[in-house]
Design a protein around this ligand. Structure first.
Ligand code: WQD
Length: 337
Protein backbone atom coordinates (compact mmCIF):
# COMPACT_ATOMS: atom_id res chain seq x y z
CA UNK A 1 0.00 0.00 0.00
CA UNK A 2 0.92 3.67 -0.43
CA UNK A 3 0.57 5.17 3.06
CA UNK A 4 1.14 8.71 4.32
CA UNK A 5 2.07 9.31 7.98
CA UNK A 6 1.55 12.76 9.43
CA UNK A 7 4.03 13.30 12.28
CA UNK A 8 6.00 10.25 11.19
CA UNK A 9 9.23 11.30 12.95
CA UNK A 10 7.66 11.32 16.40
CA UNK A 11 7.93 8.59 19.04
CA UNK A 12 4.95 6.48 17.88
CA UNK A 13 5.22 7.60 14.26
CA UNK A 14 8.86 6.56 13.83
CA UNK A 15 8.25 3.10 15.30
CA UNK A 16 5.17 2.63 13.09
CA UNK A 17 7.10 3.90 10.04
CA UNK A 18 9.78 1.26 10.65
CA UNK A 19 7.28 -1.60 10.95
CA UNK A 20 5.45 -0.47 7.78
CA UNK A 21 8.71 -0.23 5.82
CA UNK A 22 9.63 -3.74 6.96
CA UNK A 23 6.27 -4.91 5.56
CA UNK A 24 7.18 -3.49 2.13
CA UNK A 25 4.75 -0.57 2.01
CA UNK A 26 5.50 2.69 0.15
CA UNK A 27 5.67 5.52 2.70
CA UNK A 28 5.52 9.29 2.75
CA UNK A 29 6.09 11.23 5.99
CA UNK A 30 4.93 14.79 6.61
CA UNK A 31 6.55 16.65 9.51
CA UNK A 32 7.14 20.12 10.90
CA UNK A 33 9.89 18.72 13.19
CA UNK A 34 8.52 21.05 15.90
CA UNK A 35 8.58 18.18 18.40
CA UNK A 36 10.67 15.55 16.59
CA UNK A 37 14.03 15.09 14.90
CA UNK A 38 15.13 14.36 11.30
CA UNK A 39 17.73 12.09 12.93
CA UNK A 40 14.93 9.71 13.88
CA UNK A 41 14.04 9.35 10.19
CA UNK A 42 17.69 8.80 9.22
CA UNK A 43 17.88 5.99 11.75
CA UNK A 44 14.60 4.41 10.62
CA UNK A 45 15.89 4.38 7.04
CA UNK A 46 19.09 2.68 8.16
CA UNK A 47 17.21 0.10 10.26
CA UNK A 48 14.72 -0.65 7.48
CA UNK A 49 17.28 -0.64 4.68
CA UNK A 50 14.70 1.21 2.61
CA UNK A 51 14.01 4.87 1.93
CA UNK A 52 10.77 6.81 1.94
CA UNK A 53 9.54 10.25 1.00
CA UNK A 54 9.71 13.10 3.53
CA UNK A 55 7.83 16.39 3.12
CA UNK A 56 8.02 19.32 5.52
CA UNK A 57 4.39 20.31 6.03
CA UNK A 58 2.00 21.40 8.75
CA UNK A 59 -1.29 19.49 8.73
CA UNK A 60 -3.02 22.84 9.23
CA UNK A 61 -1.71 23.98 5.80
CA UNK A 62 -4.56 22.49 3.73
CA UNK A 63 -3.20 23.65 0.37
CA UNK A 64 0.24 22.15 1.05
CA UNK A 65 -1.26 18.89 2.34
CA UNK A 66 -3.54 18.72 -0.73
CA UNK A 67 -0.56 19.11 -3.06
CA UNK A 68 1.34 16.34 -1.27
CA UNK A 69 -1.64 13.98 -1.16
CA UNK A 70 -2.48 14.57 -4.84
CA UNK A 71 1.11 13.86 -5.81
CA UNK A 72 1.81 10.86 -3.54
CA UNK A 73 -1.70 9.36 -3.97
CA UNK A 74 -1.83 7.38 -0.70
CA UNK A 75 -4.45 4.68 -0.20
CA UNK A 76 -4.53 5.54 3.53
CA UNK A 77 -3.29 8.15 5.98
CA UNK A 78 -2.12 7.49 9.55
CA UNK A 79 -2.60 10.74 11.45
CA UNK A 80 -0.06 11.12 14.29
CA UNK A 81 0.66 14.86 14.09
CA UNK A 82 -0.66 16.71 17.13
CA UNK A 83 0.08 18.15 20.56
CA UNK A 84 -0.03 15.79 23.53
CA UNK A 85 1.09 17.41 26.78
CA UNK A 86 -1.86 17.50 29.18
CA UNK A 87 -0.57 20.38 31.27
CA UNK A 88 0.42 22.45 28.21
CA UNK A 89 -3.08 21.96 26.85
CA UNK A 90 -4.59 23.54 29.97
CA UNK A 91 -2.34 26.59 29.52
CA UNK A 92 -2.80 26.89 25.73
CA UNK A 93 -6.29 25.57 24.83
CA UNK A 94 -6.64 27.45 21.54
CA UNK A 95 -3.31 26.10 20.23
CA UNK A 96 -4.40 22.58 21.19
CA UNK A 97 -7.82 22.86 19.54
CA UNK A 98 -6.34 24.55 16.45
CA UNK A 99 -3.70 21.82 16.02
CA UNK A 100 -5.50 18.67 17.18
CA UNK A 101 -9.01 19.48 15.92
CA UNK A 102 -8.34 22.08 13.22
CA UNK A 103 -5.41 20.04 11.94
CA UNK A 104 -7.67 17.00 11.58
CA UNK A 105 -10.28 19.03 9.68
CA UNK A 106 -7.55 20.39 7.41
CA UNK A 107 -6.11 16.93 6.77
CA UNK A 108 -9.50 15.42 5.92
CA UNK A 109 -10.23 18.32 3.55
CA UNK A 110 -6.93 17.63 1.77
CA UNK A 111 -7.75 13.91 1.66
CA UNK A 112 -11.12 14.71 0.07
CA UNK A 113 -9.42 16.85 -2.56
CA UNK A 114 -7.01 14.01 -3.32
CA UNK A 115 -9.59 11.21 -3.21
CA UNK A 116 -8.07 9.43 -0.19
CA UNK A 117 -10.80 7.76 1.86
CA UNK A 118 -9.13 5.90 4.76
CA UNK A 119 -7.66 7.36 7.93
CA UNK A 120 -6.17 5.70 11.03
CA UNK A 121 -6.16 8.17 13.91
CA UNK A 122 -3.83 8.43 16.91
CA UNK A 123 -6.36 8.84 19.71
CA UNK A 124 -5.98 8.32 23.44
CA UNK A 125 -7.61 6.58 26.41
CA UNK A 126 -7.82 10.02 27.93
CA UNK A 127 -11.09 10.46 26.00
CA UNK A 128 -12.81 8.30 28.63
CA UNK A 129 -12.11 10.53 31.64
CA UNK A 130 -12.97 9.41 35.17
CA UNK A 131 -13.63 5.65 35.10
CA UNK A 132 -17.30 4.74 35.59
CA UNK A 133 -15.94 1.18 35.56
CA UNK A 134 -12.66 -0.60 34.79
CA UNK A 135 -11.25 -1.91 32.61
CA UNK A 136 -12.33 0.69 30.05
CA UNK A 137 -14.09 -0.87 27.07
CA UNK A 138 -15.04 1.07 23.94
CA UNK A 139 -18.60 1.52 25.25
CA UNK A 140 -17.39 3.40 28.32
CA UNK A 141 -18.81 6.94 28.55
CA UNK A 142 -16.64 9.57 26.83
CA UNK A 143 -16.08 12.38 29.33
CA UNK A 144 -12.53 13.74 28.94
CA UNK A 145 -11.43 16.03 31.77
CA UNK A 146 -8.62 17.91 30.01
CA UNK A 147 -8.24 20.19 26.99
CA UNK A 148 -5.95 17.57 25.47
CA UNK A 149 -8.51 14.80 26.05
CA UNK A 150 -11.39 16.92 24.71
CA UNK A 151 -9.33 17.81 21.61
CA UNK A 152 -8.79 14.10 20.92
CA UNK A 153 -12.50 13.34 21.41
CA UNK A 154 -13.47 16.23 19.12
CA UNK A 155 -11.05 14.97 16.46
CA UNK A 156 -12.63 11.51 16.76
CA UNK A 157 -16.04 13.10 16.20
CA UNK A 158 -14.78 15.04 13.17
CA UNK A 159 -13.52 11.79 11.63
CA UNK A 160 -16.77 10.01 12.47
CA UNK A 161 -18.90 12.69 10.78
CA UNK A 162 -16.54 12.85 7.78
CA UNK A 163 -16.73 9.07 7.32
CA UNK A 164 -20.52 9.15 7.46
CA UNK A 165 -20.82 12.03 4.96
CA UNK A 166 -18.11 10.96 2.50
CA UNK A 167 -18.89 8.10 0.10
CA UNK A 168 -16.46 5.22 0.57
CA UNK A 169 -14.72 6.80 3.55
CA UNK A 170 -13.79 5.03 6.79
CA UNK A 171 -11.85 5.75 9.94
CA UNK A 172 -10.12 3.66 12.61
CA UNK A 173 -9.66 5.42 15.95
CA UNK A 174 -6.87 3.89 18.04
CA UNK A 175 -7.20 4.86 21.72
CA UNK A 176 -3.66 4.44 23.04
CA UNK A 177 -3.11 3.69 26.69
CA UNK A 178 0.40 4.49 27.91
CA UNK A 179 3.02 3.96 25.17
CA UNK A 180 6.49 3.12 26.50
CA UNK A 181 9.62 1.21 25.47
CA UNK A 182 11.85 1.50 22.40
CA UNK A 183 12.86 -0.46 19.32
CA UNK A 184 14.95 -3.53 20.17
CA UNK A 185 17.98 -2.02 18.38
CA UNK A 186 18.15 0.88 20.84
CA UNK A 187 18.47 3.18 17.81
CA UNK A 188 15.06 4.89 18.12
CA UNK A 189 13.02 5.73 21.18
CA UNK A 190 11.15 8.39 23.12
CA UNK A 191 12.99 11.72 23.14
CA UNK A 192 10.82 14.36 24.86
CA UNK A 193 12.00 17.96 24.73
CA UNK A 194 12.69 19.58 28.10
CA UNK A 195 11.67 17.99 31.41
CA UNK A 196 9.67 14.82 30.67
CA UNK A 197 6.00 14.93 31.67
CA UNK A 198 5.65 11.18 31.46
CA UNK A 199 6.87 8.58 33.91
CA UNK A 200 9.00 6.36 31.70
CA UNK A 201 11.27 8.93 30.05
CA UNK A 202 11.76 10.57 33.45
CA UNK A 203 12.85 7.29 35.05
CA UNK A 204 15.16 6.62 32.09
CA UNK A 205 16.76 10.06 32.44
CA UNK A 206 17.32 9.45 36.17
CA UNK A 207 18.97 6.13 35.32
CA UNK A 208 21.32 7.73 32.79
CA UNK A 209 22.17 10.62 35.16
CA UNK A 210 20.30 13.45 33.41
CA UNK A 211 17.84 13.85 36.34
CA UNK A 212 18.66 13.65 40.04
CA UNK A 213 15.72 11.55 41.21
CA UNK A 214 12.17 10.53 40.36
CA UNK A 215 9.29 12.35 42.04
CA UNK A 216 6.48 9.88 42.74
CA UNK A 217 3.25 11.85 42.50
CA UNK A 218 1.37 10.48 45.49
CA UNK A 219 1.40 7.15 47.32
CA UNK A 220 -2.07 7.37 48.90
CA UNK A 221 -4.14 6.12 45.96
CA UNK A 222 -6.41 3.11 46.27
CA UNK A 223 -4.03 0.78 44.40
CA UNK A 224 -1.83 -2.20 45.33
CA UNK A 225 0.94 -0.03 46.70
CA UNK A 226 -0.69 3.41 46.82
CA UNK A 227 0.99 4.73 43.67
CA UNK A 228 -0.73 5.42 40.35
CA UNK A 229 -1.58 2.48 38.11
CA UNK A 230 -1.56 2.56 34.31
CA UNK A 231 -1.70 0.24 31.29
CA UNK A 232 1.81 0.51 29.80
CA UNK A 233 2.03 -0.67 26.20
CA UNK A 234 5.27 -1.37 24.32
CA UNK A 235 5.61 1.02 21.38
CA UNK A 236 6.44 -1.84 18.99
CA UNK A 237 3.16 -3.54 19.92
CA UNK A 238 1.45 -0.21 19.34
CA UNK A 239 3.12 0.14 15.93
CA UNK A 240 1.82 -3.30 14.99
CA UNK A 241 -1.68 -2.24 16.02
CA UNK A 242 -1.52 0.42 13.28
CA UNK A 243 -0.59 -2.23 10.72
CA UNK A 244 -3.59 -4.28 11.85
CA UNK A 245 -5.80 -1.18 11.64
CA UNK A 246 -4.69 -0.48 8.06
CA UNK A 247 -5.83 -3.96 7.08
CA UNK A 248 -9.19 -3.54 8.80
CA UNK A 249 -12.21 -2.24 6.89
CA UNK A 250 -14.96 -0.73 9.06
CA UNK A 251 -18.46 -0.81 7.56
CA UNK A 252 -18.66 1.88 4.83
CA UNK A 253 -19.27 5.29 6.32
CA UNK A 254 -18.13 4.22 9.77
CA UNK A 255 -15.34 5.27 12.11
CA UNK A 256 -14.56 2.55 14.62
CA UNK A 257 -12.73 2.94 17.94
CA UNK A 258 -10.36 0.40 19.52
CA UNK A 259 -8.61 0.34 22.88
CA UNK A 260 -4.91 -0.35 22.33
CA UNK A 261 -3.57 -1.52 25.67
CA UNK A 262 -2.36 -4.68 27.38
CA UNK A 263 -5.36 -5.05 29.72
CA UNK A 264 -3.09 -5.05 32.80
CA UNK A 265 -2.12 -2.23 35.18
CA UNK A 266 1.35 -1.50 36.54
CA UNK A 267 2.00 0.92 39.45
CA UNK A 268 4.71 3.57 39.60
CA UNK A 269 6.63 1.64 42.27
CA UNK A 270 6.40 -1.58 40.21
CA UNK A 271 7.74 0.27 37.17
CA UNK A 272 10.58 1.80 39.19
CA UNK A 273 11.54 -1.62 40.59
CA UNK A 274 11.47 -3.21 37.13
CA UNK A 275 13.58 -0.43 35.64
CA UNK A 276 16.12 -0.66 38.47
CA UNK A 277 16.53 -4.33 37.56
CA UNK A 278 17.01 -3.50 33.87
CA UNK A 279 19.63 -0.80 34.48
CA UNK A 280 21.35 -2.69 37.31
CA UNK A 281 21.02 -0.14 40.12
CA UNK A 282 18.50 1.23 42.57
CA UNK A 283 17.15 4.58 41.40
CA UNK A 284 16.65 7.54 43.78
CA UNK A 285 13.15 8.86 44.29
CA UNK A 286 11.08 11.02 46.60
CA UNK A 287 7.35 10.94 47.26
CA UNK A 288 5.63 14.18 46.26
CA UNK A 289 2.00 15.32 46.49
CA UNK A 290 -0.46 14.02 43.93
CA UNK A 291 -0.34 15.67 40.47
CA UNK A 292 -3.57 17.61 39.82
CA UNK A 293 -5.83 15.82 37.35
CA UNK A 294 -4.21 12.41 37.75
CA UNK A 295 -6.51 9.39 37.92
CA UNK A 296 -5.67 6.70 40.48
CA UNK A 297 -5.81 3.82 38.00
CA UNK A 298 -6.90 2.97 34.50
CA UNK A 299 -6.30 0.13 32.08
CA UNK A 300 -7.82 -1.31 28.92
CA UNK A 301 -10.21 -4.06 27.98
CA UNK A 302 -8.46 -4.91 24.68
CA UNK A 303 -10.91 -7.65 23.66
CA UNK A 304 -12.38 -5.74 20.70
CA UNK A 305 -8.96 -5.19 19.11
CA UNK A 306 -8.16 -8.86 19.61
CA UNK A 307 -11.49 -9.90 18.08
CA UNK A 308 -11.68 -7.55 15.11
CA UNK A 309 -8.07 -6.51 14.44
CA UNK A 310 -6.54 -9.83 15.44
CA UNK A 311 -4.14 -7.74 17.55
CA UNK A 312 -2.90 -8.10 21.10
CA UNK A 313 0.11 -6.85 23.02
CA UNK A 314 2.94 -9.40 23.12
CA UNK A 315 5.71 -7.49 24.91
CA UNK A 316 5.72 -7.11 28.70
CA UNK A 317 7.38 -5.18 31.52
CA UNK A 318 10.81 -6.77 31.07
CA UNK A 319 10.98 -5.88 27.36
CA UNK A 320 9.61 -2.41 28.11
CA UNK A 321 12.37 -1.68 30.64
CA UNK A 322 15.21 -3.41 28.78
CA UNK A 323 14.52 -1.66 25.47
CA UNK A 324 14.03 1.72 27.16
CA UNK A 325 17.30 1.33 29.02
CA UNK A 326 19.14 0.23 25.82
CA UNK A 327 17.81 3.31 23.98
CA UNK A 328 18.58 5.77 26.81
CA UNK A 329 22.01 4.37 27.71
CA UNK A 330 23.08 4.37 24.04
CA UNK A 331 21.62 7.85 23.50
CA UNK A 332 21.94 9.77 26.81
CA UNK A 333 20.83 13.02 25.14
CA UNK A 334 18.34 11.41 22.77
CA UNK A 335 18.70 12.34 19.09
CA UNK A 336 20.67 15.48 19.91
CA UNK A 337 24.29 14.37 19.97
C1 WQD B 1 1.82 7.80 34.61
C2 WQD B 1 1.82 7.59 36.12
C3 WQD B 1 1.66 9.64 37.37
C4 WQD B 1 5.56 11.23 36.09
C5 WQD B 1 -0.54 10.87 29.96
C6 WQD B 1 -1.67 11.40 29.10
C7 WQD B 1 -2.10 10.33 28.14
C8 WQD B 1 -0.92 9.85 27.34
C9 WQD B 1 0.15 9.31 28.28
C10 WQD B 1 -0.73 11.05 25.26
C11 WQD B 1 0.82 8.48 36.85
C12 WQD B 1 3.02 8.97 37.62
C13 WQD B 1 4.44 10.42 36.24
C14 WQD B 1 6.42 11.47 37.19
C15 WQD B 1 5.00 10.09 38.56
N1 WQD B 1 -0.37 10.89 26.56
N2 WQD B 1 4.17 9.87 37.45
N3 WQD B 1 6.09 10.89 38.39
O1 WQD B 1 -0.69 10.79 33.03
O2 WQD B 1 -1.14 8.30 32.68
O3 WQD B 1 -1.04 9.79 30.71
O4 WQD B 1 0.52 10.41 29.15
O5 WQD B 1 -1.46 10.35 24.62
O6 WQD B 1 -3.07 10.86 27.26
O7 WQD B 1 -2.77 11.72 29.92
O8 WQD B 1 1.04 9.27 31.97
O9 WQD B 1 3.43 8.93 32.34
O10 WQD B 1 2.41 11.19 32.90
O11 WQD B 1 1.92 9.21 34.37
O12 WQD B 1 4.74 9.59 39.65
O13 WQD B 1 7.46 12.20 37.11
O14 WQD B 1 3.12 7.96 36.64
O15 WQD B 1 1.13 10.18 38.58
O16 WQD B 1 0.29 7.74 37.95
P1 WQD B 1 -0.52 9.56 32.22
P2 WQD B 1 2.28 9.71 32.87
Amino acid sequence: MRILLTGGAGYIGSHTLLELLKKGHDLCVTETFANSSPEALRRVEALAGRSFRVETADVCDTARMTDILRDFRPEAVVHFAGLKAVGEGEAEPLRYYATNVGGTVSLLSAMDAAGCRKVVFSSSATVYGDPAYLPYDESHPLAPTSVYGRSKRMAEQVITDWARATPGASGVLLRYFNPVGAHESGQIGEDPQGIPNNLMPFIAQVAVGRREKLGIFGEDYDTRDGTGERDYLHVTDLARAHIAALSYSPAPGQAEAFNIGTGAGITVREMLTAFSKACGRDLPFEVLPRRPGDLPAYYADPAKARRLLNWQADLGLTEICETTWKWQSQNPTGYRS
